[in-house]
Structures are given as structure tokens and as C-alpha cells.
Ligand binder design. Sequence first.
Ligand SMILES: Nc1ncnc2c1ncn2[C@@H]1O[C@H](COP(=O)(O)OP(=O)(O)OP(=O)(O)O)[C@@H](O)[C@H]1O
Ligand SMILES: O=P(O)(O)OC[C@@]1(O)O[C@H](CO)[C@@H](O)[C@@H]1O
Length: 303
Amino acid sequence: MIYTVTLNPSIDYVVHADDVKLGELNYMSSDLKLPGGKGINVSRILHELEADTTAFGFIGGFTGEFIINWLLRDGVNTDFVNVQEDTRINIKLKADSETEINGRGPMISTEKAAQLLDKVEKVSSEDMIVLSGSMPPSLPKDYYEQLVKRIISSGAEFVVDTTGDALKSVLPYGPLLVKPNLEELQQLFNVTFSKKEDILHYGKQLLELGAKNVIVSMAGEGALLFTENAIYQGISPKGEVKNSVGAGDSMIAGFIGEYRKTRDVETAFKMGLASGSATAFSNDLAKKDDILSLLGNVKVTRL
Ligand SMILES: Nc1ncnc2c1ncn2[C@@H]1O[C@H](COP(=O)(O)OP(=O)(O)OP(=O)(O)O)[C@@H](O)[C@H]1O
Ligand SMILES: O=P(O)(O)OC[C@@]1(O)O[C@H](CO)[C@@H](O)[C@@H]1O
């Protein structure tokens, strides 16, 4: 089983508006409400790729119900901790450019935080856990590390997709995969990249700090995969971008779903690239057929 943990799920409210003027009344040309949050997106793609998955996390209120009902309807297993306040709503504004405004998230009590720690401790050493996304502000700063310590005691492999200090704190525990995008990698080391060598240097740094594999994703420019033996460059297929929200999560799902089957990083990377692009080319997350049809157009070379 691949478990995902979304500490801060969301309804993603995708708003299309042709010509947005700040400070004036604007009308949407269309809108769409989707279940969101990084781990939930990973579970949705894993389910699409027919991998066994269960979504853990904190969920609450009418917004939480929307998400649970959607996942139930699609057949995605969930085992959330229920909280009192509403799960957040994140705005994804598609105008001339893409603007995101993410909510802070509900209050999580100490008791609820402890319940989730207990859940992750009970997974088996055969399982894998993906920890993704931001934390609601009421959780302790070291909550990611607390989760990882419990996972380590279960013996399961784990993947982390978060940012900043939370990411730094879990690297020494040896995550199977971390996947910063370019901006997140620069923020992590407080640097600005001016050439490809900079990306290669800081990608390798993440391996040195403890990650077993690192993907640095670069949106339409593809991604780089760093492993203990080699660095691979992945070129994404070209296509019409409809909604790139969740492309990174889809990439993680494609990678780990395939890696669990083959233990081969190169084929896993190809599946990750195809899944990320297939989501970028869809309004919602990608469907299995879209992913498989892009697979042949993905190019991976060893550097
Ligand atoms: N415009 C695009 N064209 C083709 N492929 C894309 C595009 N955007 C994303 N992808 C694919 O998805 C992968 C992940 O995208 P990206 O780097 O934007 O992740 P991210 O910033 O984590 O995204 P998000 O936070 O929205 O999930 C890319 O490496 C690429 O393979
Ligand atoms: O605020 P976080 O947790 O960092 O990111 C949340 C989020 O932007 O990430 C997903 C896309 O990756 C969306 O479904 C969701 O709205």
C-alpha cells in the first residue's frame, strides 16, 4: 500500500477570467472546484494508475465533505483524522498569467495531531508513505520530523515533498525521494541559479544531506533526476497547458507507482515525466490513458 499524508488539504477553486482588474468587479468566464492538497493529488494519480493507495491527513467541515465525497465516488481510499474547522479553499486564478492564493488551513488540536502520528506508526515495512505539502500553522514546527520518526520505527520507505525547514529536517532520515521545483531548491539554499551547473550542484547537495533520490522539476523544461549512481535529464513532451496545478504531485505518483513495480529509477522517472505533463495538459489531474499516450514522447538521457 502507498499511503499519502496531506496535512493541509484544500478545495482548489480554479477560476478562469479573461481580463482581471484589481480593485474592480470582475466576472469569471468559467470555474471549477477540485479536491486538492499535494498528498491527495498523489493518491488520485496512483489510483488512476491502479496502485493501492490510501490518503491520510486532516479534514474538516463542508469543504472536507466535498473532498471525501469526491474521493469516495472515484474509489480512492481515505482514512482521515476529522477536525472541527473547515478545510481550506485555495484559489487558482487563470487570467493572463496563473496566480495562486492558498489558505492557511484549519486549527489542529494536539489530540488530533497525535492521532495522525499513531496512524502512520501502524503502517508495515512493506508499505510506502508520501508526505506532501504545507502544514496548517497550528501544528508544531517539527511535525514533519515527528511523522518521519514514527515512519522510521515502522520500517516503511518514505517520500517527502515539502519546502524549507520542514524539508531540511527530514533529509538526514533518508527519504527515498524528494522533489523540489527550481524555485523551492533556490529558496532551500538561499541562492539564485544563473547556470545549469548551479542546479546540478544543489541537486547533489540534497543527496549528500541524506535523500536517496532527488528530482528537481522545471515545469515545461522537464526535470533532473539525481541518484547515487547517476544524473538523468528528462525532457517533457510539448502540448497545450490547461492547468498545471498538481503536475508535481502527478510526477511523484508516476515515479513511485512505477518504482514500486520495477525498482528501476530510469523507467520510474519516465512515468513521472509523462504523468506530470499529462496533468499539465488536462483541466483536472491526468487520466491513465493520457499518461500512457505521452510515455513514448518522454526523453531521458544520462548526463
Ligand atoms: N508546461 C508544461 N509542459 C510540459 N510538461 C510540464 C509542464 N508543466 C509541468 N510539466 C511536467 O510536470 C513536472 C512537474 O511540474 P512542475 O515543475 O511545475 O512541478 P511543481 O512546481 O511541483 O507543480 P505543482 O506544485 O503545481 O504540483 C515537470 O517536470 C514536467 O514533467
Ligand atoms: O499550500 P501547499 O500545501 O504547499 O500546496 C497546496 C496546493 O497548492 O498544492 C497542490 C498542487 O501541488 C494543490 O492541489 C494545492 O492547492
